[in-house]
Design a protein around this ligand. Sequence first.
Ligand code: NDP
Length: 311
Amino acid sequence: MDIRNVIIIGSGPAGWTAAIYAARAELKPLLFEGAEPGGQLMTTTEVENYPGFEMGIQGPDLMSVMRKQAKRFNAEIISEKVESVDLKTSPFKVVAKGVEYFAHTIIISTGASAKRLGLESEKKLYGHGVSACATCDGFFFKGKNVIVVGGGDSAMEESLFLTRFAEKVFIVCRKDAFRASKIMQDRVMKHPKIEVIWNSAIDEILGVDIGKVTGVSLKDTVTSVLREMPIDGVFAAIGHEPNVSLFAGVIEVDEKGYLKTVPGSTRTNIPGVFASGDVQDFKFRQAITAAGSGCMAALEAEKYIAELEHE
Ligand code: NDP
């Protein structure tokens, strides 16, 4: 049986950093890129706060250089999605495209994915005016009117980006205040193309009958009064949820559903299994903190393997 030192699941900043460190430590890591290679940064535009890039860098470019850096040290990359894992056996087993792989340690860096509004009409009109990614789909809304739902930094960023194409961008916020950072709020509030609709939520997206978004039914979250509003596109930017389904019932999660790690460490409840990046971090969720925890995971995996060898 071919038993690897370390298998890394996921290819965002946490996964790539873990791969770079593990590869430089000569652990010959194997990394599965997953369903969304590069993770959330692939749908981001300018990253201005990743240290080392004075003038900023595009999210996909950052992921591309991290991937190349991991390859330079001979990290092995498989561009597949992991179908299942068995963390109760020793060595651990990972299955992708029907093929079984074994390893002494696993680093989980599966990240988090954008949340959906959860409406039936949203599902039906997804890709027909409904999107969760302005960078991917903004171009299709040239000269149109769009709604962005949310009040965090993502909503601010998506709205500002959409002003490049759209005639008008409405932000629908369910409270009377944003949660976003002050600098992003300021940019939004000053923008002539952006208008905020406070204390409102989308009750239904209209246009299912003709197969494209024609408007929304908005609910006032204070009075519950409904009103219809014509619109061409709806972008949800309401946060994320961790990608933990592969590990359900095996790896302990916290009250928000994120993988639980020992404070100050990336250790999970299973010895030899480490978690890094957004899948275990509800609080910071930054590319740099994800990369930092990927580094920690690789160092902890290295130490764990050294101890196994010693035994
Ligand atoms: P957040 O969790 O920060 O914000 C989510 C927003 O969506 C909140 O305003 C929330 O409202 C609202 N919301 C949640 N669920 C619903 C729903 N079902 N219907 C309507 N509204 C809803 O998520 P973000 O993705 O914005 O940000 C995540 C993290 O990433 C943050 O730490 C942020 O700072 C960071 N980030 C940084 C960026 C940057 O610096 N350039 C860019 C993007 C993100 P409520 O407040 O009422 O709960």
